[in-house]
Design a binder for this molecule. Structure first.
Ligand code: NAD
Ligand code: PPY
Length: 356
C-alpha cells in the first residue's frame, strides 16, 4: 500500500500531522461537504503503515458521505484516523491525553468543516476531552451536554436491518433463525440482546475472552473467531471490523443473508457481485448502521428527542426495502442500488442539499 497511491485519493481534503514525542500520526479525511459539513468518527488503531491509515480514513470517510446522503441527513462525510505507535491497550493515559489534545487542535484548525464523534477505540469521555479544545465534536457524555454513546441507536438500526433482510430473503421473522454475530462490543452486544429477544438462536464470536464468557453465560453458542466465515447460519452480522467479506469469502460463506454494523463489510464491489450470484442478500452497511448518525446528528444538530431518533432509526428497514426493490428491478447488487439512492441525493441537480 503506497502513500503515493493513497494521496491520489479524490476526496476533498486530507490533513496529516505527526507527533514525534508519542510516535503518533494523525489523519483527517474530508470526502465530501456537498450536503453539509463533513462528519464522521475518530478511529484510533495501530496500522502496519501510514498508507494503511490513509486508506482506512479514505474508505471510512467515503462511507460517511453515503450514509449521510442515503439517510437524508444534512452533513457531509469525513473521518479521522489516529495511527497509534502501539495497540490502544498499550498506550498509557498520559500519552493518550496528549494524543487527544493534538487531535483536537487539528480538528479546530478545520473551523467546522469537519465534525468528529466516537468510533472504534474512542468513546464519549474522549469526546469530552476533545471538546475542551474544539467545539466541533459530537457524542460528548450526557453529563457534559452531549448526546452520549451512539451504540444503542446503531444496534437498533442494525436489528431493523436484520429483520428487513431476513424477511426479504424469505426467512420470515428472526424467531428460531440462526444468527451469527461477529464482535460483542458496544454495538454487537446490544444486537445480540435484541436478536435474542426476537427469538433468534445466537452464535457469537469475539477475540475478547471476557466478552465470550458473558455470552456463554447468557446461553449463546460460541464460535471461534477464525471459524466465523465457515460457520453455517441463516444471517451473518459482522459487528467487529470492516473488510470481512472478500470475493473468496463471498463465494463460500455458508449464510443466506448479511446485515451488520461494521463499516465497509465488503472489500470491494466484486464481493457484492459474488454474494448476489449465490442469492446471499446483503444489507449495505452504510444504510444498516446509520442509527448512530441519526442519534448524533439528530440530537446535536437537528434538535430531535430520543423518540425522534428511534422513529428515524426504525425507518432503516423501509430504506432497505427500497434498496432491495431497486436491486431486483435493475438486476444490480444491493450495494450498487444503495449507491444509486445516495448519489441521487448527492447529484448537483438535487435540491435537498443543505447548500442549495
Ligand atoms: P467495539 O470496539 O465496542 O466492539 C468491537 C468488538 O469486536 C470488540 O468486542 C472486539 O473484541 C471484537 N473484535 C475485534 N476483532 C475481532 C475479530 N477478528 N473477531 C471477532 N471479534 C472481534 O466497537 P463498536 O462500537 O461495537 O463498533 C463495532 C463496529 O460497528 C465497528 O466496525 C464500527 O466502526 C461500526 N459502527 C459503530 C457505530 C457506533 O455507533 N458505535 C456506528 C456505525 C458503525
Ligand atoms: C459512523 O457512523 O461510522 C460514525 O463514525 C459515527 C458518527 C456519525 C455521525 C457523526 C459523527 C460520527
Amino acid at each position: 500500500m503506497s502513500i503515493d497511491d493513497e494521496l491520489r485519493w479524490d476526496g476533498e481534503l486530507t490533513v496529516t500531522r505527526h507527533d514525534r514525542e508519542t510516535g503518533t500520526t494523525f489523519v483527517i479525511r474530508i470526502d465530501s461537504t456537498r450536503l453539509g459539513p463533513a462528519s464522521g468518527g475518530t478511529r484510533a488503531a495501530h496500522y502496519p503503515s501510514i498508507g494503511h491509515a490513509l486508506a482506512d480514513a479514505g474508505k471510512l470517510s467515503g462511507a460517511m458521505t453515503l450514509k449521510m446522503a442515503v439517510s437524508d441527513l444534512p452533513m457531509g462525510g469525513g473521518k479521522s484516523v489516529i495511527a497509534l505507535p502501539a495497540p490502544r491497550n498499550r498506550i498509557d493515559s498520559a500519552t493518550w491525553s496528549r494524543i487527544l489534545d493534538i487531535h483536537a487542535e487539528n480538528i479546530d484548525k478545520l473551523e467546522g468543516n469537519y465534525w468528529t464523534g466516537p468510533d472504534v477505540n474512542t468513546n464519549s469521555s474522549d469526546m469530552d476531552q476533545l471538546s475542551r479544545t474544539t467545539k466541533y465534536v459530537f457524542g460528548r457524555s450526557v453529563d457534559n451536554g452531549g448526546a452520549g454513546s451512539s451504540a444503542h441507536a446503531t444496534a437498533l438500526g442494525v436489528f431493523e436491518a436484520m429483520k428487513a433482510t431476513a424477511r426479504r430473503r424469505g426467512l420470515g421473522t428472526l424467531d428460531g433463525r440462526k444468527v451469527l454475530v461477529q464482535g460483542l462490543g458496544a454495538v454487537g452486544g446490544d444486537v445480540v440482546r435484541l436478536a435474542a429477544q426476537a427469538g433468534a438462536r445466537l452464535l457469537v464470536a469475539d477475540t475478547d475472552p471476557q466478552r465470550l464468557e458473558a455470552a456463554s453465560l447468557a446461553g449463546h453458542t460460541i464460535v471461534p473467531a477464525d471459524e466465523v466465515l465457515r460457520t453455517s447460519c441463516d444471517l451473518f452480522a459482522p459487528c467487529a471490523m470492516g473488510g470481512v467479506i472478500d470475493s473468496a469469502a463471498a463465494a463460500s460463506i455458508p449464510t443466506l443473508a448479511v446485515a451488520g454494523a461494521a463499516n465497509n463489510i465488503l472489500t470491494d464491489a466484486a464481493a457484492g457481485e459474488v454474494l448476489r450470484s449465490r442469492g446471499v442478500l446483503c444489507a449495505p452497511d452504510f444504510v444498516a448502521n446509520a442509527g448512530g448518525a441519526f442519534h448524533l446528528v439528530g440530537r446535536e444538530v437537528l434538535g430531535w428527542n430520543e423518540d425522534d431518533v428511534v422513529e428515524r432509526t426504525r425507518g432503516i428497514g423501509r430504506t432497505l426495502d427500497e434498496v432491495y426493490s431497486l436491486s431486483e428491478e435493475r438486476g444490480i447488487t444491493t450495494e450498487a442500488a444503495a449507491l444509486l439512492l445516495a448519489r441521487t441525493r448527492l447529484s448537483p441537480a438535487s435540491t435537498t442539499a443543505a447548500a442549495t
